[in-house]
Design a protein around this ligand. Structure first.
Ligand SMILES: Nc1ncnc2c1ncn2[C@@H]1O[C@H](COP(=O)(O)OP(=O)(O)OP(=O)(O)O)[C@@H](O)[C@H]1O
Ligand SMILES: [Mg+2]
Length: 303
């Protein structure tokens, strides 16, 4: 019988963990089949697996890569528990401790405390007084969001609507984030800098997501006018500072992948809006040249 060691050396088995699309709909992760193909071509055996598939045998893989588990923000506790369970059975990327830390956007406050330029953020947990800004436009959104779900922007005179939004989040047990609406996003857009295998991979830019007057519970277009982007040195520097401030997990495992979203602050300088270390959309269709780089880094992590 082939030993596990020999098998690993020969063809690492890699699970690409994704979400289960609703009955009759296609997956929104268009990169997934491309990535599986590239991994298979590069000598691995890759399999696309639903993260919440009770029949999945995670121990059977050399590496489980969290790719597009895009339904997790509805069920964060279940997802973090899953990551911790899988990490006991095999190697998980990113590591479970990183997943736990990054699924709660209070990490932005930690980044700010370590001196990383970030979007100024206040947190309002259930039970906290509804202290909303008065003199400027602002954003209210949850600490566990994706796809701009439950996010909206308000002018000071829209306080009643913002209070209803806040109450609705607090009823669900969600903590709200309150940030100034950064106008830089309307002009310079939001830039997503992707890192893979410890190096800068590629970047993309998208337009503003929160149109004025859009209801918090409306579906938003998450990546409007997405295009290839060459980051300026200042953007790269902020992204690298953010990554350097990520707390080391207990096993000190490095990050396999990371996406840092930056926008221009009111001083015109880039600041971090989001650090995505769980399931970043890699936008490989914009960057076909990155496909073999990503496949190679995944295979290296599996060996
Ligand atoms: N303070 C802000 N100023 C301006 N625009 C904002 C602000 N906060 C959020 N937005 C807009 O809302 C979008 C979604 O916000 P954010 O990225 O924080 O949440 P998300 O739900 O994690 O979204 P996604 O998963 O799509 O990245 C941003 O891409 C941006 O266009
Ligand atoms: Mg975002």
């Amino acid at each position: 019988m082939e030993s596990a060691v020999a098998r690993t050396a020969a063809r690492p088995r890699i699970a690409l963990a994704t979400y289960r699309p609703e009955e009759g709909t296609a997956s929104a992760d268009r990169d997934l089949p491309v990535l599986k193909g590239a991994l298979d071509d590069a000598g691995a055996r890759a399999e696309i697996v639903y993260w919440d598939d009770p029949a999945a045998d995670w121990a059977d893989f050399d590496l489980v890569v969290i790719r597009s588990t895009w339904d997790y923000s509805w069920r964060v506790a279940e997802f973090v528990a899953w990551a911790e369970r899988v990490a006991k059975l095999t190697r998980l990327a990113n590591p479970a401790a990183v997943v736990r830390w990054n699924t709660d956007k209070r990490y932005l406050g930690e980044l700010a405390a370590s001196g990383v330029p970030t979007v100024p953020t206040r947190y309002l947990a259930p039970g906290d007084p509804a202290d909303l800004p008065d003199g400027h436009e602002y954003v209210v959104k949850p600490t566990s969001g994706a796809g701009a779900r439950l996010a909206a922007r308000y002018r000071p005179e829209e306080r009643e609507t913002a209070l209803r939004h806040l109450a609705r989040m607090h009823e669900k047990g969600l903590t709200a984030m309150v940030q100034p609406y950064l106008r830089g996003v309307d002009t310079a857009g939001e830039r997503a800098l992707q890192f893979f295998g410890g190096r800068f991979l590629h970047a993309a830019r998208k337009g503003a997501v929160l149109a004025p007057g859009t209801a918090y519970d409306a579906d938003k277009v998450p990546h409007p006018r997405l295009e290839v982007w060459q980051p300026a040195p200042a953007e790269l520097a902020v992204a690298e500072r953010a990554l350097a401030a990520v707390p080391d997990g207990p096993d000190g495992d490095a990050l396999l992948y990371a996406r840092v979203d930056v926008v221009d602050g009111d001083d015109g300088q880039p600041c971090v809006m989001e650090l995505e270390l769980v399931e970043p959309n890699l936008f490989l269709r914009l960057h076909p040249e990155s496909v073999p780089v990503v496949a190679e880094a995944i295979i290296r992590a599996a060996r």
